[in-house]
Design a protein around this ligand. Structure first.
Ligand code: 8YV
Length: 329
């Protein structure tokens, strides 16, 4: 690049080597530590100069991005793109990039962490130990349920869904079924998995694990009816987005015993307000959205996001564009 283009880094600080890589070609404005970004006057001013944005977890509305007339790329440090108005970006010819693949295995590990912790009541019982209440032998009131050999139903069969299914099938001898808009015969063969209608999957699974992206089609797809279909022995695991669930309906299902337990990495409001019953229920394992949050994976995601942004700013096709085919160029 002859004259350096301006890139704003927001919400996520880059490791020094990635920052240096970006600075070799770009003028970097760092808003990674700014709270209430969308209200920040300096950020709004910076947008007017920005050619690129790198970050995540902020809803970048059209109103906000209208203030960035030179914007060429939004490079999200996430695989999910629910924080962006894709039609708006495409119409403006702005490339939206994301970070698939590099987080697949780590996020599948998080799903299995929730499956195991919920089934074996690991958090509830570990808290009992911390309180000094492990005073006798563990008996039926503290028993969990088996994971191995059970029925795993996966809603959304993308890369992460398949990685969860492999863990279930090959690690825990589970039978796998899935629901997805399109069928994936390769996964079916590899994992001996059955495609099912959603209602059938909910009725037939011991563990229902949600991996669908949040969109208008999936918003609130799990409500009272769906929890009733699951039934009292089912464990519900959500590593997708809180918005795919009707949260009050899920809380009621957990309180009434309509379902056994839930393992949740995502919530309607994040951070989860402490007033939410989900933060306190014994049959809920609530994690603070750690799906991809390991040193290795977050580094790989940030590296891919930097490479994506640099490629677009240099006029090349990035490794992981989301809206490439829809772009109005
Ligand atoms: C991130 C995620 O934790 O990639 C995603 O879509 O949900 C997570 O990996 C989150 O987006 C914050 O970066």
């Amino acid at each position: 690049m002859s004259t350096k283009k301006t890139v704003i880094v927001y919400q996520r600080a880059l490791k020094p080597d990635l920052r240096e890589k970006l600075e070799r070609d770009c003028h970097v404005l760092d808003f990674s530590q700014t709270q209430n970004l969308t209200e920040d006057g300096e950020f709004k001013k910076a947008l007017s100069q920005a050619h690129g944005l790198i970050g995540s977890s902020v809803n970048l509305t059209p109103e906000l991005l209208d203030q960035a007339p030179n914007l060429e790329v939004v490079s999200s440090i996430s695989v999910g793109v629910d924080n962006y108005d894709i039609d708006y970006l495409s119409k403006r010819g702005i490339v939206l990039c994301h970070t698939p693949d590099v987080l697949t295995e780590t996020t599948a590990d998080t799903a299995f962490l929730l499956i195991l912790a919920s089934a074996r009541r690991a958090v509830e019982l570990a808290e009992m130990v911390k309180r000094g209440e492990w005073t006798g032998g563990i008996a039926e009131p503290q028993f969990g349920v088996d994971v191995q050999g059970k029925k795993l139903g996966i809603v959304g069969m993308g890369r992460i869904g398949a990685a969860i299914a492999r863990r279930g099938k090959f690690g825990f001898n589970m039978s796998v079924s899935y629901h997805n808009r399109s069928r994936h015969e390769d996964f079916e063969r590899e994992l001996d998995a059955d495609w099912k209608e959603l209602d059938d999957l909910l009725r037939d699974s011991d563990f229902v694990c949600v991996t669908v992206p949040l969109s208008d089609a999936t918003r609130q797809m799990f409500g009272q009816r769906e929890f009733e279909l699951m039934g009292k022995d089912t464990i519900f695991v959500n590593i997708a987005r809180g918005g795919v669930v009707d949260e009050p309906a899920m809380i009621e299902a957990l309180q009434k015993g309509t379902i056994r337990a839930a393992g949740l990495d995502v919530f309607t409001t994040e951070p989860l307000p402490n007033e939410s019953p989900l933060a306190h229920m014994d049959n809920v394992v609530a994690l603070p959205h750690i799906g991809s949050a390991t040193h290795e994976t977050r580094y790989a995601m940030a590296e891919l996001a930097v490479d994506n942004a640099l490629a677009v700013l240099e006029g090349d096709k990035p490794k992981a564009p989301y809206n490439w085919d829809a772009l109005d160029r």
